[in-house]
Design a protein around this ligand. Structure first.
Ligand code: RB5
Length: 148
């Protein structure tokens, strides 16, 4: 389970998704790719929902969603209770969201983030362990205050 991950993107995130998949393969991850499978125009909510639903159901511990800015997929994924989707545009954001938010879905903006930065974000998001402690109460509160 630890080395399994689910990933999805729209057309604007397709190229970044291929890059992320290469990185994950090099690290020995087994990756479920739910599409999109080309740069033909599609609708990002569909693909973000596939990833979020699978993580919410416990089929995967973590997932990755990618669109042009990362915004649409993160908005969609965060509609699912229990999903803590973090749009990261710097490596430090990736490190902090694992430490403090126990992020279980990473959102990337394929058109706004340089490939080298994407690799750094991915590495820190994968390798940083959740700190727990005082952060647990706050993470629990996310679902408590949610309306859905
Ligand atoms: C697609 O053109 C674009 O709107 C989408 O990839 C994303 O950036 C939305 O938030």
């Amino acid at each position: 389970m630890k080395n399994r991950l689910i990933i999805g993107s729209d057309h604007a995130g397709f190229e970044a998704k291929e890059l992320v998949k290469c990185e994950l393969a090099a690290r020995g991850f087994e990756v479920e790719d739910v599409g999109a499978y080309s740069t033909d125009s599609v609708d990002y909510p569909e693909f973000a929902a596939r990833v979020a639903r699978a993580v919410q159901a416990g089929e995967y511990r973590r997932g990755i969603v990618i669109c042009g800015t990362g915004i649409g997929v993160s908005i969609t994924a965060n509609r699912f209770r229990g999903i803590r989707c973090s749009l990261c545009i710097t490596p430090e954001m990736a490190r902090m969201t694992r430490l403090h938010n126990d992020s279980n879905v990473l959102a990337i903006g394929g058109r706004i983030t340089a490939p080298e930065t994407i690799k750094e974000i991915l590495a820190l998001w994968l390798d940083t362990e959740y700190e727990g402690g005082r952060h647990q109460k706050r993470v629990d509160m996310i679902d408590e205050v949610s309306c859905n």
